[in-house]
Design a protein around this ligand. Sequence first.
Ligand code: NAD
Length: 300
Amino acid sequence: MHIAFIGLGNMGAPMASNLLEAGHDVVVFDLVEAAIQTLKTAGAGSADSAIEATRGAEVVISMLPAGAHVRSLYLGQDDQPGLLDALDGKPLIIDASTIAPDDARVVGEAARERGLSYLDAPVSGGVGGAKAGTLTFIVGGSSEGFAQAKPVLADMGKNIFHAGDIGAGQVAKLCNNMLLGVLMSGTAEALALGVKNGLDPAVLSEIMKQSSGGNWALNVYNPWPGVMENAPASNDYQGGFLVDLMAKDLGLAWELALGSKSAVPMGSQARNLFALHAAQGNGRLDFSSIQWLYRAGEKE
Ligand code: NAD
């Protein structure tokens, strides 16, 4: 298929690479020239603008940081036209960014008004899952759009869920990430407690993995440096999922809770922890660096 891919960051770049490897004809665009060059070397076509990248595309995929970027890409900003008004055909639009459900609904409705099919398809699985092509896609939108998207998503992911109409993918994703924020900070807290009381973090991790405290952070994303070779914690918390993005997702979950009068005391606590960690200058580190909040006294 002819696919336009917009947003080649930690997640978008490996996702676009997997589409190339699956044999698709991919044209990419990012605001960062170096990101485009890397994909070009891997065989992608490149464009000077998002609009140019979508010329002749059957599918448009975006993977951007936040709702403001998605709204401005599709709806336009100031006197810049949005993609929805600039497309030369009727491609299927898949936005895989994590954004507020209401932002997805606004863009999705605007697409519907123009006879275009839009899906919100946020992902879970991290950079490791994006590289391995094993992401989980959580999709909101029409059943027809979902059926059309599934084979393309299957080239980047393993589990593909239809959560409901437009916005439902984002609601499910925010519930998941709120739980992840709670689990990562809880895991960091337990590890720091054990180490302060004389335990080896690797030994404690193995014990908790095999016990009732076992969870995804312990299994594949251990926050203590050196415990898990391929985890961002063992690479100075570089790459992976930024603290800023986790703080954003927990803020979105909080807004969702406010709007639905839901109590989220654990999610609120996690939001405050990540917001504090980000405010201390750690926003561009991987989110497992929340471990440092519990080790602050150790930093020289
Ligand atoms: P990132 O910051 O690494 O990448 C975002 C990319 O979008 C950057 O390369 C940036 O230059 C580009 N961009 C921004 N505005 C643009 C525009 N108008 N046109 C073209 N390119 C533009 O972020 P990421 O980690 O790749 O995350 C992307 C999305 O996926 C976020 O919504 C995040 O919450 C979500 N997510 C991330 C992870 C993860 O582990 N990193 C996991 C699941 C979901």
